[in-house]
Design a protein around this ligand. Structure first.
Ligand code: SAH
Length: 254
């Protein structure tokens, strides 16, 4: 099982595959105020930028799990590049059901909560927090990166531009906060994306698509990705960056 090739093409210019920019990602690590040696499990770790940079800056250790062989290879390269290959390791595989052998101080799933459950956002959030909780030591911290509606989407075009099929696919912020509370968590820290950091996630994909198309005009994916490049900038600039909030929430069980 592997991630579809189109994601690898689209994300080829990005190290962070979520709408936090490098400054926000570093700020999140510092905000946790945890000591060197803190152990982290990162499910659906992508290219491992969070683990690698936190290992270098904060002395954390950890394991990342991701479905993409290409992303896991990039993560291992990045660990070597930052000189932290002895502190972080990356596993290729399905993170759904992955439980750490030793309980960790921090268990994270940033932007992939479908690994915890299918269907409603409630099922995804509940399932992901339950999954992460199975790897967490008593008193540890969970990190979950989730989207939420900043404004109620006024029409179908907005919903689809935000990669949703219905407005109910994402919560508004009060509903998401209520959910964390109902599940018995204290929200102890957060770093939120803003329209400008959303741009740093979305826009590099357009140049990546364009360069790939120039090099692979006859590829079987070319027609689809060419069509995507025509609409993606509008979808992002007119809709996503205005309507979709996104943040990482740090939670501790009460
Ligand atoms: N957390 C990373 C990546 C987020 S993008 C970051 O913030 O940079 C979503 C990631 O989920 C992709 O890397 C994709 O390969 C991974 N993914 C999707 N389904 C998965 C699964 N079932 N198990 C593990 N990883 C998965």
């Amino acid at each position: 099982m592997d991630l579809h090739r189109s994601f690898v093409i689209r994300e080829s210019g990005s190290r962070i595959i979520n709408p936090l920019d490098p400054g926000r990602l570093a700020g999140l690590g510092r905000a946790l105020r945890l000591p060197p040696g803190t152990s982290v499990l990162d499910l659906a770790c992508g290219k491992g930028e969070m683990l690698c940079t936190w290992a270098r800056e904060l002395g954390f250790t950890g394991t990342g799990v991701d479905l993409s062989t290409a992303f896991v290879a990039d993560a291992r390269d990045r660990a070597r590049e930052l000189g932290v290959a002895d502190r972080v390791s990356f596993v290729h595989g399905d993170a759904a059901g992955h439980v750490a052998t030793e309980p960790v101080d921090v268990a994270a799933c940033v932007g992939a909560s479908w690994i915890g459950g299918a269907g409603s956002w409630q099922a995804r959030v509940d399932g992901t927090l339950a999954l992460l909780g199975r790897s967490l030591r008593t008193g540890g911290t969970l990190l979950i990166g989730e989207p939420w509606w900043r404004r109620t989407p006024p029409d179908r075009e907005t919903v689809e531009a935000c990669h949703a099929s219905s407005p109910d696919d994402f919560p508004d912020l009060p509903a998401l906060l209520d959910r964390f509370d109902d599940l018995g968590f204290d929200l102890v820290e957060t770093v939120q994306a803003g329209p400008d950091s959303w741009d740093r996630y979305a826009a590099p994909q357009w140049l990546a698509l364009r360069r790939w198309l120039d090099e692979h005009p006859g590829d079987e994916l070319a027609d689809g990705l060419r069509a995507e490049l025509r609409v993606a900038p509008r979808r992002h600039l007119l809709h996503q960056r205005e309507f979709l909030g996104w943040g990482v929430f740090a939670l501790m069980l009460r």
